[in-house]
Design a protein around this ligand. Structure first.
Ligand code: CP
Ligand code: NVA
Length: 308
């Protein structure tokens, strides 16, 4: 039975903050937590949650994960704390890390998250930025592993916006050696630095493909994944993107072009009839709610390693 290990990096700001071995280890521990084979308590540990953007899954799964580990959380609402008033991150981070044992931060700029990490004396976790959503990727690959046992010959195709979720799927996929294909409209490709870093990690460069053609990307895919076309912070681009992304959605027609054993993933929240049809969302191939559940187990595993 694998037990939590101390990770080489203090923080989890990016999928690349874990090595490939550490990542496999976290996924295995997550499985053990889910199966109730592991029962580890970190008495009195406190996780501070700093969320500059809305959240249901990430917030609650962190709260429940800490509770299961024998600890607790403090949820800071920027509007009712001094964060919303504009207190510098370097001051907030120095204060909160004297009270809390870990901080999970959901914010816009990756550089703001890095500023928290720079000034916090305790580990900082990326709970979503404009560039990455690494905790989501942990649950996603956990769900894929549950279905296909290992990642050998698994093809993951992401259709839609080359956003934070796509970026983390690419980076995590590179570390795990999973074939990842991204199909997005021209101009909405994933972050160029993320693509560059992923190619540096992949032993076989053919395992990452970025294309503008969803039909080609879906051929033989075992996992079809999508996310909203406009992320939090892009509310003013919504009308324009809705028109532009027409055709970059998962519908039954696309599903029939994938492998027979294909599963459907979505990080949620979803806009049915935009990036995914209701029919596909609710179909037998959907593992969307298993994936949402796995946020809890994957984060419990991550927390147990960071608190180690
Ligand atoms: N998938 C996800 O991060 O959901 P929330 O925004 O509800 O946390
Ligand atoms: N890409 C989405 C993910 C939400 C969990 C966003 O950033 O809003």
């Amino acid at each position: 039975m694998l037990k939590p290990i101390k990770l080489a990096n203090k923080n989890f700001l990016s999928s690349l903050d874990t090595s490939s071995d550490e990542l496999f280890h976290i996924l295995e521990i997550a499985k053990n937590f889910k199966n109730k084979d592991l029962n580890i308590k970190f008495k009195d540990k406190v996780l501070g949650l700093i969320f500059d953007k809305s959240s249901t899954r990430t917030r609650v799964s962190f709260q429940v994960a800490m509770s299961r580990l024998g600890g607790t959380t403090v949820d800071l609402n920027p509007n009712t704390s001094q964060i919303g008033r504009g207190e510098p991150i370097r001051d907030t981070a120095r204060v909160l890390s004297r009270y809390c044992d870990l901080l999970a931060v959901r914010t816009f700029k990756q550089s703001d998250l890095e500023e928290y990490a720079k000034w916090s004396s305790k580990p900082v976790i990326n709970a979503l930025t404009d560039i990455e959503h690494p905790c989501q990727a942990l649950a996603d690959y956990m769900t894929i592993k549950e279905e296909f046992v290992d990642f050998k010959n698994v093809v993951l195709t992401f259709i839609g916006d080359g956003n934070n979720v796509a970026n983390s799927l690419i980076l995590c996929g590179a570390l795990l050696g999973v074939e990842v294909r991204i199909a997005c409209p021209k101009g909405y490709e994933p972050n160029s630095m993320v693509i560059k870093k992923a190619y540096e990690i992949y032993k076989n460069k053919d395992l990452l493909k970025i294309t503008n053609d969803p039909s080609a990307a879906v051929l033989g895919a075992n996992v079809l994944y999508t996310d909203v076309w406009s992320s939090m912070g892009e509310e003013n681009k919504k009308a324009e993107k809705d028109k532009f992304f027409n055709g970059y959605n998962i519908d039954n027609n696309l599903v029939t072009k994938a492998a027979k054993d294909v599963i459907i993933l979505h990080c949620l929240p979803a806009y049915r009839s935009k990036e995914i049809t209701d029919e596909v969302f609710e179909s037998k191939k959907s593992r969307i709610f298993e994936q949402a559940e796995n946020r809890l187990h994957a984060q419990q595993a991550l927390l147990s390693c960071l608190l180690h």
